[in-house]
Each structure stands twice: as C-alpha cells, then as structure tokens.
Ligand binder design. Sequence first.
Ligand code: ME8
Length: 691
Amino acid sequence: MARFYVTTPIYYVNDVPHLGTAYSTIVTDALRRYHLLRGDSARMLTGTDEHGLKIERVAHEKGTTPQRWADETSARFRAAWPKLDIAADDFIRTTEPRHTEFVRELWKTIEAKGDLYEGEYEDWYCVGCESFKTEKELLPGNLCPIHLKPVERLKEKTFFFRLSKYEKILLELYARKPDFIAPKERRNEIISFVEGGLRDLSVSRTSFKWGIPVPGHDEHVMFVWFDALANYMSALKHGPNGEDLMAYWPKLGSDARAVHIVGKDIIRFHAVYWPAFLLAAGFTEDELPSQVYAHGFLTIDGMKMSKALRNGVDPVRLASEVGPDVLRYHLLRAIAFGQDGDFDHAALVERYNADLGKNLGNLLNRTLGLCAKYTGSKVGPGWAPTPLEDDLFAAVKIHAADAANEWDSIAPHRALEATWAIASAANQYVDRAAPWAAVKDADKERGQARVETILSTLLSLLGALSIMIWPAMPQKSAAMRKQLGLEPVEPRTGHDLFANLFALRAPGEAFSVGAPLFPVIDKDTEKALLERLVPKTDASAATDAAAAATPAAATPAAAAALSKNDAPTKPPEADPGSPMTRSLIAYDQFGAVDLRVGVVVSAERVQKKDKLLQLKVDIGEESPRSIIAGLAKTFKPEELVGKRVIVVANLAPRDFGGGFVSFGMLLATGPSEDLTLATVTGNVAPGARLK
Ligand code: ME8
C-alpha cells in the first residue's frame, strides 16, 4: 500500500464549471479511484482560486464584492462535481483562513531564507493569464497570444522572487527526475524555457487589494500564482477538519506520491515556479511533487472552446442527459491523455452504442440470459476448463495487467482500451464456446457440465470487468454488480482488488436478469438527443433562419453537421450566385455585423505570402487595428495609405501563422489581381458605423 495524492488545478471563480475543467477533474477522480482499487491510501484535492485582479474586476463589473462573487461561484464548482460522480476528499478555497495562514507562513520562510527582495517592476501584464509577458511573446498590437486581448503596461513597487537563482537547479532536477514533467512534449518545452534564462519574478502587487497581504507590508498583496500553487500543500497542512495530512506529501523514505494534473496552459507555473518556491522555502528535492502531468486542450465538435461555446456545453447538463458514467467514459476513452482532443457529441453516441451497448452491455445481457436458461440464474457446480478457457484466461490476464500499467502511467484512454479488450475477448469466447450447442451433447450430464464451465468463465470475466470499470463508471459498476449478485465495489486500504480479479464464483451463488444497463440508442433517439445537446453556434443559428425558407435543411442532423464544419446550408436547387435566390437573413442578423469606416495608416508586405498585406487601419480606436488582407496582387502597399475603407470590425481574429493575426476584414469586389475596395464618399471620420 502506498499513499497517492492527486490534485486538479484550482479553478478561477471568474468562470463556471465547463467541459475543460470537468475533464481535468474527471481524470483526477478516476486516478484516485484506480489507486483505491489497488489498496492505496488515495486522496484527491480540488478547489477554487479566488484572488487576483481578474476576480476583482469581474466582481466590480457584476456590481458585487470579490468575496461575495467568489462565494457564489465557488459554490457552483462544489455543487457541480458530485453530479459527475467526482468524490474529492477535500475542496480548498484560497480565501479560507487555513490557506491564507499557510501562504503567509510560506512567504515568511522564503523571505527569511533570502529569496524575496523589494524593487520596482515595469512590464506587460495579461489579466486573463494573471501573468507578465515578455515583448517576444506578444502578438502585433500588443496582444496576449492566448487571450488575443491587449496587455496592460504595469509599473509598480513589488517584491521579487529570486527565480534566476534556480535556473541551473531546476535543469538538474529535470535531468535527475525525468518523470517530473509529463508528457515528453511538455517536458521539452519547459526545459527549453528554463534554458532560455529565468528572470526574477515579481510576486506582489501594490495597485489592487484583492489578494493575501504580504506579511509586514500591507500595501502589497501576493501574486495570485504564489498564493494559488500553495493550495496543494495548505490543504494537507490543515485538512478539512483541521487535521495534519502531510503524510501524503512526498518525503525521503516515505511511499507517498503527489501528482498534479493540470492543463497544458499552466504547466510552466507548476513545473518551474512551484518547485522553485518550495526549494526556496527549504524543502528538499525529495519533498517536491512527484509529477506534474499536463493534459491537452479540448475542442467541442471541432471548434475551439470560446466562452459562449464553453457555456453552451454544460457538463452537468450533459451528465443529466446521458448519465455521468457515459460522459466520464467517453471523455476518458476518446481523448488521448496528454494530447489535444475533440469532444464530439455524435461520437459520444457512437462510442456509447459500440463500446457500452454492443460490447460490455451485450456481454452482460447474453451471459445472464444464458444463465437463466441453463443454470436457473445460479453459479453451476461444474468447472472443467479446456484449452479454450486456458487460452482465454491467459489473454485476459495480460489485458488486465496492461490496463493496470496504463492507469499507473496515467494513460486512462489506453487503460480503458485494454479493459474493453477483455469484454471483446469474452464476446468472441461465447461465440466459439457456443453453450447453446454444447448443451445438446448426447451425454446430457457432460453437456450440462460444459455449459456450467462456460458460464462460470463468463461470470468470472464479468466480475473482473465490474471492478475494472469502477474508476471510469462507478454507478454502472454498481448496477452491473447488482445484476451479477455482487455487492458494490468497496475498496479497502491495503487490499488490492486487482490481485484476484478473475476469481471464480462459488457454486450456488444467485443473480438475476435486470434491465439492460446500456440500451442501444437508435437513430431517432440519437437525433432528438443531439438536437437537445449540440449548442447553437452562429453558423447553426444562421442555418435555422435559412431553414425557415428551406424546410429541407431544418433537421437536427443538419444543425449538428453544420456546427461541425461551419458550412452554410443552401436552399435546394437555388443558384447561390444570384442575390435574389440566396437565403434571406433576418434584420437582426445583419445588424450583428459591425461595419466601420477605416483609414489605412500603414501597409506592408507579409514575408513569404505573396497575396497578403499587413495593414494598420484607424477605425477610431485607441490604436490602429492590424488587418491582414489579400490585396497584394492588386495594390502596392504605398497606394493604400490614407485610403478610406470599409472594415468588418467584429469578426473573430484569424491567425495566418507566423505571428500574423488579422483583427477584421476589408470589403472589396473583383478578382484578386483586380480588386476594387469598398469605400465611402465624403470625409467621413474613421470609426463611423455603416448601417
Ligand atoms: O488556470 N480543455 O484556472 P482556470 C481542457 N486558477 N482543459 C481545459 C480547457 C480546455 N479547453 N479549458 C480549461 C487556472 N481547462 C488557475 C490554476 S492551479 C494552482 C491554478 C482546464 O480556471 C485545464 O485544466 O483558468 C486548465 O489548466 C484549467 O482548466 C484552467 O482553469
């Protein structure tokens, strides 16, 4: 038995739980459950990150106080997770005294050891990231590359953390502990970041108040990441009931492992700053987290999770529609942990039907059906395995060992693949062993004994599967075991449930045939389900309007397909070129397009792109917009400067690669080598709206 401590990021309370945060939290819960199965003493922590400028601003925008805002939003996270069958052992809030007191102590320890000093700082800051940015990282127009929003120039008194001192120490750590950062891509990324040089880090702010005050310097509040990262330890130092749980934190000679599951966006904070803070506070290399594992980012139906889309796919609602187990299974199985992945609603239904309905569910139904027919729904006394059974057990034991290895190396998708290989092998075995034929043996007794052996074999495999699916599908595991006449899985510390997975059932044990656990979803149900679930995007909303004029397109399947590839639906047999036969749009839809008069301030060629020019266009904003336009075949850059143009000002930014992002579009007509730009006559001021 070992101690296994696994954590999610603590989530900012500027947002509500969404599929991305649900994914991190489901994976963490599944890992905790797997380790419990193995007899480990496993502990899971999640929580909310409640300080910082971002939260202060959101609260003010909403007309409330940061504390009240944090109270309300944190409660939404706390309420959401159990609905996804996530059973964290602790939920920490960074505004709790048990946390703030710990962080202040940590600060004082680092200060006493000499790695904090006062100074003044000036740099670019992205409030979205709650992080400073170097000029190199910014996109043209001083935009944060992640949030595509302008960064702010900050200059203030600050405390610095002597991060530069840890450059070499961290590189040595990564070399000595190759598993400290996973997966490999992220490890390489962090190593090259640290090799690029570490500057001392500004770790306090004086221009706002919503943070933990720096001990002895009340005008400073701590940098939100200094505060947040410490949650992993504050929650152990002061457990939910005031108990000291530090035995879960790694230490020389202890069997404790601590694993941080994070998204790839925050790996740097966890793999660079966090170990540096700990080392600075006097913790040794053995007392650092065992591993920081970064997963990739999810898209939804092929689209980036914009705020609107994210909120459109509420994991709690999804779970209430398809069941928490199905959602958990799909996320864990469909996304290669560590890689970016797509959450596709239609693929969820497809996988449900294939893996759960036709494979595992079918195995359970047919086995229990055969037992009802041939053994009176009891385990029969006969057990005389043949080479068919020997081969089967040899194969499934390998799959079970593979599944365990994959869980151990944090690859839930592969662990479940190996688990389902057992279900597939069992289904093939039923067909090959053919109990319905065996029972017809001329020697009746021999036939019955053979059938009992086959069914006992299947019951043993189903018993193993009911345990192995528990990390992913706790409720379905219990329901399956109920049908098998078994108690729900009840892990006990020190008792490894993988040790005797394929134990045979005792003769005479009874079970029953229940309702199918995974009834197959037919086409009509799927259509209705997808219609309810797939969020309306701008494209599908537009289609709905078009569909009003063309009923043929008004099916949920069309809406689903549309939301996938953004392709506008055309009325049947209409000539798309004719303005008279194009789909009509509602007035409001036109009103949503923000057209502005702009004046071209500068224009230059885009290297290696012979069609493109990069323009700076004044549309009455603080600074000119950067717009990439395919004008180079018609215009020389200098011909455009000073021209009045029409700009679509509220288009989503488009990334042309190589750091070129366009924040709008110009209107023009004609072939690319003979374009005419749309303009206005008269001396209209930049920024004037067209309507
Ligand atoms: O960063 N796909 O909090 P946060 C997958 N408070 N996962 C996603 C995702 C997506 N599209 N979007 C978000 C913070 N996530 C800090 C953390 S820890 C000491 C402090 C997940 O609310 C992913 O785990 O912005 C990511 O790391 C986390 O949400 C960020 O949550």
